[in-house]
Design a protein around this ligand. Structure first.
Ligand code: SAM
Length: 584
């Protein structure tokens, strides 16, 4: 039994930490199962996860078998169909029966998944999956010229090193590519691309494991998705500006990025104040701060609820900017390991619609508990030698996709998004209260309007924004790379929101929607597996970021959207309303 729980824990860690399966398994002692067996099962299950999760989703068993997490379902289904010995459990074991009783259904779905990939036999599919340069997604070509979807993004930590120094050492034997796409098609060839939007960021070939390099282990390079670098870069703390609060900081990717930007600008007076509410994640944040060499410039406020900071306290008098990257649905996340494997997880789409939604919500809560308080079999960070800098930023599991679920699950999704956006808005309004603050960046790794532009618009219309003169940071005011980034906010949705607020729409609704949507920055994750997304040439996860600025202080509302709109449409938030999400 421990083999399956431990392998499920490895897959979970791969998604959260971007560490390779190899390093996760072999740098830790004390596994209950044989490490070689654990490594083989975790690796194979990850390789097959695209196909298996498709079969699991279509069969709907996750909606019925409530004891199965998506990761457990993957490893068990792997052994049921793909291991010579089958599932290594007695046939009477609960986990065994939870998948074996659906064998016929699963087998039929597996066959369909194979045929959708153009493979006449399981051996053909196996050969295709074993070829690392082959694209195994349902939308993938089968002629061997297909490419992987995402590069490996590497941020050069300029607190400890420089781009040139890394190009001369860690990446000395890499060939250069002028495009992101060029890094994807070379199989195991070492290729790199210097990013055109974010300074000190590289895209490298996805099949290369950097987690064993000296640069990675010493915190000189940090595995961080390109999109995740947008908030600190957009906030752009200047050489003579004051302190920056990172309100929701763990594991610390953006915190250390902020510290690196301040160091690059030789701003030695400013510090980054990093708050993290969760105990375990605060420890991770402290480790990452140390590893990245940010101890001098970063003050970690462990177990600190940002909402409980008093904006008028003396210690925040010098805070001129805030970075707010709160908990979100995580719907933009792509799970990859440091060695180039992508772990796809099935959602609980079910043919048994009645059971689907209750299974979904109870599983969601269960997963969260596992995340915060891991069982002995599921270590949160089992790899002492792997830098915490690689930790996945998002602590939540992605929500179900609304398009693929039953009505009741869609309602559950809507309720959760409403709860999340209420929580996100409250944090954003709190950020707007800091008396010396002039800049805020707000970001999520969600693709949902409700957590993104909607929160921005509601924040802009709140009394605190109106009173203090906060407005959106317009595209033309943004730092160069962000100004040039093509994907902007959803204009149509912004306009619809504003018209509904106005009860039909005032004269300048269109212009306002344009200004806000253009100010917002989006990244789309490609999701060819479901055939929904468009292929993103930039190879990022799904992400959203917007900036807020104010020129005046106190009650000055010059320049604010609210100020130019007149009095209509202010939204008062209920301060007593608690977010009943995942952080219990
Ligand atoms: N910015 C981080 C990074 O780039 O590495 C990722 C942040 S993650 C999306 C959100 C974090 O906010 C979680 O670690 C969560 O525990 C924390 N959090 C949630 N509510 C909070 C609050 N009220 N105060 C402080 N931290 C909070």
């Amino acid at each position: 039994m421990s083999l399956y729980h431990e392998a499920a824990g490895i897959l979970q860690a791969v998604r959260r930490e971007q560490a390779s399966v190899k390093s996760l398994v072999f740098s830790k002692k004390g596994w209950k199962s044989d490490p070689k067996t654990l490594f083989a099962l975790s690796t194979e299950a990850a390789k097959w996860s695209d196909v298996l999760s498709e079969a699991l989703e279509k069969s709907g068993i996750l909606g019925v078998e409530k004891q199965l997490t998506p990761e457990l379902a993957l490893v068990l289904t792997h052994d049921l169909f793909l291991s010579k010995k089958g599932i290594a459990l007695p046939a009477s074991h609960g986990l065994y029966t939870s998948v074996s009783k659906h064998k016929v259904r699963l087998s039929a779905e597996l066959t369909k998944a194979r045929l959708r990939r153009g493979c006449a036999s399981l051996d053909q599919l196996r050969a295709k999956i074993d070829d690392p340069s082959s694209n195994i997604s349902a939308d993938g070509e089968s002629n061997g010229t297909a490419v992987a979807k995402y590069p490996r993004w590497v941020r050069i930590n300029t607190i400890k090193t420089s781009l040139q120094s890394q190009l001369d050492t860690t990446f000395a034997d890499y060939s250069r590519s002028s495009t992101v796409r060029g890094t994807l098609s070379g199989g195991n060839e070492k290729r790199l691309h210097i990013d055109k939007h974010i300074p000190n960021l590289l895209a490298i070939s996805p099949n290369i494991d950097l987690t064993t390099t000296k640069a990675y282990k010493s915190g000189q390079i940090i595995l961080q998705d390109k999109a995740s670098c947008f908030p600190a870069y957009l906030l752009n703390p200047g050489s003579s500006e004051g302190d920056v609060i990172d309100a929701c900081a763990a594991p610390g990717n953006k915190t250390t990025h902020l510290a690196a930007i301040l160091a690059e600008k030789d701003n030695q007076n400013a510090k980054v104040i990093a708050c993290e509410k969760n105990d375990l994640r605060s420890q991770t944040l402290a480790k990452m701060t140390k590893l990245a060499g940010g101890e001098k410039s970063i003050t970690v406020k462990a177990k600190q609820d940002f909402m409980r900071l008093d904006p008028s306290a003396k210690e925040f008098r010098n805070v001129t900017a805030l970075l707010l990257d709160p908990s979100c649905s995580g719907s933009g996340i792509v799970g990859r390991d440091g060695g180039g494997l992508t772990v796809h997880l099935p959602t609980s789409t079910s043919t048994d619609k009645g059971k689907s939604s209750s299974a979904t919500s109870s599983r969601g809560k269960k997963r969260k508990r596992q995340t915060d308080k891991p069982s002995p079999q599921q270590p949160t960070n089992p790899v002492t030698t792997i830098p915490t800098s690689a930790l996945e930023e998002q602590e939540e599991q992605p929500l179900e996709e609304p398009e693929s679920t039953s009505n009741s699950t869609t309602t559950t999704l809507q309720t959760r998004l409403t709860n999340l956006s209420t929580f996100q808005l409250r944090l954003l309004q709190h950020a707007m209260l800091f008396p010396s603050a002039r800049k805020i960046s707000y970001s999520t790794c969600s693709v949902h309007f409700q957590e993104n532009e909607n929160v921005v618009l509601r924040a802009l219309r709140s009394p605190v924004a109106r009173e203090r003169g906060w407005r959106v940071l317009r595209r033309e005011e943004q730092v160069d790379g962000m100004r040039r980034w093509g994907r902007r906010g959803w204009r149509g949705e912004c306009e619809r929101f504003l018209r509904e607020e106005e009860g039909g729409g005032g004269g300048n609704v269109g212009a306002l929607a344009e200004e806000v949507a253009e100010g917002c920055i989006r990244c789309e994750k490609e999701d060819g597996r479901r055939g929904e997304g468009t292929r993103d040439e930039e190879g990022t996860m799904g992400f959203f970021v917007a900036g807020f600025v104010r020129e005046g202080g106190g009650d000055d509302d010059r320049g604010s959207i609210a100020g130019r709109e007149g009095n209509g449409g202010g939204m008062e938030e209920d301060d007593d309303e608690e977010w009943e999400g995942f952080d219990d």
